[in-house]
Design a protein around this ligand. Structure first.
Ligand code: ATP
Ligand code: PRP
Length: 200
């Protein structure tokens, strides 16, 4: 039995689309038919449906052998897991966005405090960072911050809130990570799972 911690929310939707188009109807059906269940089993695979932020914790603790989460989460947290593969879904990017273009941004609202601090430290620009857990765009709309660092995919949320992307930062996509112990003890099962995923 292989246990996989899977980010729910938007990434689960992208994973399901991927499975539907390229992959594994058994997993697709099992995950699609799950209503509010957080534990979904199909044959020798057990999926744990958790918040993306918590995927590295389940994997690090060895509750899950593998995890699928966004590279945004891995960039923000320093997790003791093995990153195995870049997966071909969940594509978006980090960006700095604001209402007005300014020569320097002093107050930044974001969910991604570490990513933001690293960027502005490297740029040699001192900033105050305000941590929010969602609806980050609002901070720039109402002037709590003069810019935000957030994920952009279609750009629709920025547009609808009168904000513009100023600087494009790192690309984001889904990643497959493994527990460091399971990586050795379950290597054959992990290889089989990757083969079934049909990721080149
Ligand atoms: N607009 C987006 N487009 C594409 N991928 C995104 C977008 N926003 C976030 N993601 C990716 O999906 C992952 C999960 O994001 P999301 O906010 O939907 O999940 P969550 O907070 O775990 O779920 P929940 O809906 O249960 O709160 C993110 O870590 C990121 O990699
Ligand atoms: O470019 P777009 O396609 O519009 O996607 C970007 C939006 O998606 C994510 O938010 P989410 O919907 O997860 O909401 P939250 O961060 O406010 O919880 C992200 O934080 C942006 O707000």
């Amino acid at each position: 039995m292989l246990t996989i911690a899977l980010s729910k929310g938007r990434l689960l939707k992208s994973f399901l689309d991927y499975l539907n188009q390229n992959g594994h109807p058994g997993w697709y059906d099992a995950l699609t038919n799950a209503q509010r269940e957080l534990l979904v089993e199909k044959g020798e695979i057990r999926f744990l449906l958790v918040k993306g932020d918590d995927v590295p914790t389940y994997v690090e603790e060895g509750i899950a052998d593998l995890g699928i989460t966004g590279s945004d989460i891995l960039a923000e947290q320093s997790s003791d897991v093995n990153e195995l593969l870049k997966l071909p879904f969940g594509h978006c990017h980090f960006a700095i966005a604001s209402k007005e273009e300014l020569p320097a941004y002093r107050t930044i609202a974001t969910k991604y405090v570490n990513v933001t601090r690293d960027y502005f430290d490297q740029a040699g620009q001192p900033v105050k960072i305000i941590k929010l857990n969602g609806s980050v765009e609002l901070a720039a709309v109402i002037g709590m911050a003069d810019a935000i660092v957030d994920i952009v995919q279609s750009g629709e949320t920025l547009r609808m809130n009168g904000l513009e992307e100023r600087i494009q930062l790192d690309e984001i996509s889904a990643r497959l990570v493994a527990n460091k112990h399971a990586f050795f003890t379950k290597s054959a099962e992990i290889r089989a799972f990757i083969n079934e995923l049909q990721v080149n």
